[in-house]
Design a protein around this ligand. Structure first.
Ligand code: UT7
Length: 325
């Protein structure tokens, strides 16, 4: 029995914010944003659009693409750090909206590594027969927790959702190897300080803008390159696969300079690396499923190709999954 990815879907909010729009909002420039990050535009959810709304659209497409009945789905997982509410979970909201059976639904919080963590969890649930068909989404509305007065962070993030349907089948597994990690001692380098039980929302926390993303970018940058390179190398070793055998490397899209540094360390040519940062910006847990969706639809990967997914994010969390697509 093997775990197959049967279908994939995605959704990006309609509104687009360009670097030139940001020039009018904070002291920045298109030139700085493009050269330091690779970002040109980002999608921004509407005021009345929450993360579940994005997931529902991506999930509907993934279910159609998978050619299954919604009743086949017996587990719903949403990876996000921007849930509709702390509770009920975004996954439960999605389950109701899609009219699924009363199957388990849960959110996971692993920031930009959320989709990788989700794939590894779904793989475990399917392989141990706890689940037979999992709907997994990586989705964010990061612009809702972005400080539009802070030029260090507001140019970096975007919104979107990607979803996949995974099923236990008689065929060989699509998930060949995985590697996942966390280092909570570095959590403060990338954090939304207020709003949880450590610092509940008060007038003061709002005035001090503590409900927004805070990041020590330069520090995070160094760790991201090291952890992503190590994890990608490790998962290839675990599978006994050489980097030259990969059809495509799909890294988390946080910064083109991080992507380039990891690509060089793996010894991959540029045409084997998926880049979507210019059009999606950093969409945290949604970045890898959105990039995977584009890779499939642009014909960059076909069934049977080896595809390596690697992410790094807040927590810190990081990890990789090697797929035979
Ligand atoms: O998603 C998972 C985790 N996230 C990441 O992996 C992100 C990792 N970090 C990064 O991508 C980069 O560190 C950033 C893009 C966030 C920042 O780039 P950097 O090259 O590390 O810039 P910096 O923070 O060292 O700042 C360099 C200069 C500073 O000016 P001074 O002090 O040298 O005068 C900043 O104030 O650039 C300035 N700066 C800006 N200038 C124009 C920072 N943000 C901006 C901006 N526009 N938006």
């Amino acid at each position: 029995m093997g775990v197959k990815i049967l279908g994939i879907g995605s959704y990006l909010p309609e509104k687009v914010l360009t670097n030139f729009d940001l020039e009018k909002m904070v002291d920045t420039s298109d030139e700085w944003i493009r050269t330091r990050t690779g970002i040109q535009i980002r999608h921004v959810a509407a005021d009345d659009e929450a993360t579940s709304d994005l997931v529902i659209k991506a999930a509907r497409e993934a279910i159609t693409h998978a050619n299954i009945q919604t009743d086949d789905i017996d587990t719903v997982i949403v990876a996000t750090v921007t849930p509709d509410h702390f509770f009920p979970s975004t996954a439960a909201i999605v389950q109701a909206a899609l009219n699924l059976r009363d199957v388990p639904a849960l959110d996971i919080s692993a920031a930009c590594s959320g989709f990788i963590y989700g794939l590894i969890l779904a793989n475990g649930l399917l392989k141990t027969n706890i689940s037979k068909c999992v709907l997994l989404a990586g989705a964010e509305t990061l612009t809702k927790i972005t400080d539009w007065q802070d030029r260090n962070t507001c140019v970096l993030f975007g919104d979107g959702a990607g979803a996949v349907v995974l099923k236990l089948t008689q065929d060989d597994s699509d998930i060949l190897a995985y590697d996942w990690h966390a280092d909570g001692s570095l959590g403060e380098l990338l954090i939304q300080p207020a709003g949880g039980s450590r610092m509940p929302a008060t007038k003061e926390t709002v005035e001090k803008r503590l409900h927004y993303i805070k990041m020590q970018g330069r520090e995070v940058f160094k760790h991201a390159i090291r952890c992503m390179s190590e994890s990608a190398t490790k998962v290839l070793e675990l599978a006994g696969v050489g980097a030259d055998e990969l059809r495509l490397f799909i890294p988390h899209q946080a910064n083109i300079r991080i992507i380039e540094a990891v690509r060089e360390r793996l010894g991959l040519p540029q045409d084997k690396v998926m880049v979507t940062i210019h059009k999606h910006a950093n969409v945290s847990a949604a970045s890898i499923p959105l990039a995977l969706y584009d890779a499939v639809n642009e014909g960059k990967i076909e069934r049977g190709d080896l595809v390596l997914l690697t992410a790094f994010g807040g927590g810190f969390t990081w990890g990789s999954v090697l797929l035979r697509w």
